[in-house]
Design a protein around this ligand. Structure first.
Ligand code: NDP
Length: 278
């Protein structure tokens, strides 16, 4: 039977540690400020932005909201980012994705100053991670490392299989697991015999966006299962990429959805904001 890795509890621990750091900074008259930009009113984005602002309030980070209309032009958005880049009293800049179709996301990401790139999506941040230099790390993969470390799960020397190769989860996850000295395999939609590969994993990290695709046939006995997926099942219930009930007896540890990886993403965003003071 699997140990349930409690992301909600671990994320609260991290936010409490950050809260204490922010208080110490305040004693030195240093305020941490995050600028949060949302373009349009995609309902899911509004929920994510709301949760991030709530976490800022909890930790003591000042959050400034920029709620721009859907028809905002790319130039207008880029000039706002350039303006925020110049401001010494803004430490982090977050642009909630996805952006409306007429705006080039890649250009927006590249315009954010790497020193304020708290999402860790800028090519400079990604490059720094791949060559082992300091820089902001994408929040979801960074959160997964914290989940493993704080649950006492050794990474070094383990066979780690990551399913999914997106720029925000799969690829940075692979780099981080390498940094932690795991032996890393990355799978994707063109992987042949996925099941054969995932069955090798001591630690299996799944980020594909396919409801309950991974069942007990895909895992070996005693594997640690990290489920990044956030999907809705046929009853509109939130669920992951892993069939939790099916793998539960076979895995040694597992993250639930919700309450696993999700809360960690926000906690690590808060960590990046506090680190931006450096
Ligand atoms: P993307 O859609 O960007 O990437 C999905 C990846 O999965 C691709 O690399 C794709 O392969 C691969 N893939 C898709 N289907 C299969 C399959 N049948 N077999 C093997 N590989 C497959 O997704 P994201 O990485 O952005 O997100 C993945 C999931 O994680 C989503 O459910 C998302 O909602 C969730 N998520 C959750 C977060 C959290 O905080 N909990 C944060 C970010 C994401 P290919 O490259 O070949 O197309």
């Amino acid at each position: 039977m699997a140990h349930i890795i409690d992301g909600k509890k671990i994320s609260t621990e991290i936010k409490d540690e950050l809260k204490a750091k922010v208080e110490l900074l305040k004693d030195q008259n240093i305020t941490v400020t995050l600028a949060v930009i949302q373009v349009g009113n995609n309902p899911a984005s509004t929920v994510y932005v709301g949760n991030k602002k709530k976490a800022c309030a909890y930790v003591g980070i000042n959050s400034l909201s920029y709620e721009l209309p859907e028809e905002t032009s790319e130039d207008e958005l880029l000039s706002l980012i350039n303006e925020l880049n110049q401001k010494d009293d803004i430490n982090g800049i977050l642009v909630q994705l996805p952006l409306p179709k007429h705006i080039d996301e890649d250009k927006v990401i590249r315009t954010i100053s790497p020193s304020k790139d708290v999402d860790g999506f800028h090519p400079q941040s990604v490059g720094a991670l791949s060559i082992g230099q300091e820089g902001f790390i994408s929040c979801t993969p960074a959160g997964i490392i914290e989940l493993l470390n704080r649950s006492g799960i050794t990474i070094e020397g383990k066979e780690c299989v990551i399913v999914g190769r997106s720029n925000i989860v799969g690829k940075p996850m692979a780099m981080l697991m390498l940094r932690e000295n795991a032996t890393v395999t990355i799978c994707h939609s063109r992987t042949k015999n996925l099941m054969e590969v995932t069955k090798r994993a001591d630690i299996l990290i799944v980020a594909i966006g396919k409801t309950k695709l991974i069942n007990k046939d895909y895992i070996k006995d005693g594997a640690v299962i990290i489920d990044v997926g956030m999907n809705r099942d046929e009853n509109n219930k939130l669920c992951g990429d892993v069939d939790y009930d099916d793998v539960f007896q076979k895995a040694s540890a597992i993250t639930p959805v919700p309450g696993g990886v999700g809360p960690m993403t926000i906690a690590m965003l808060m960590k990046n904001c506090v680190d931006s003071i450096k």
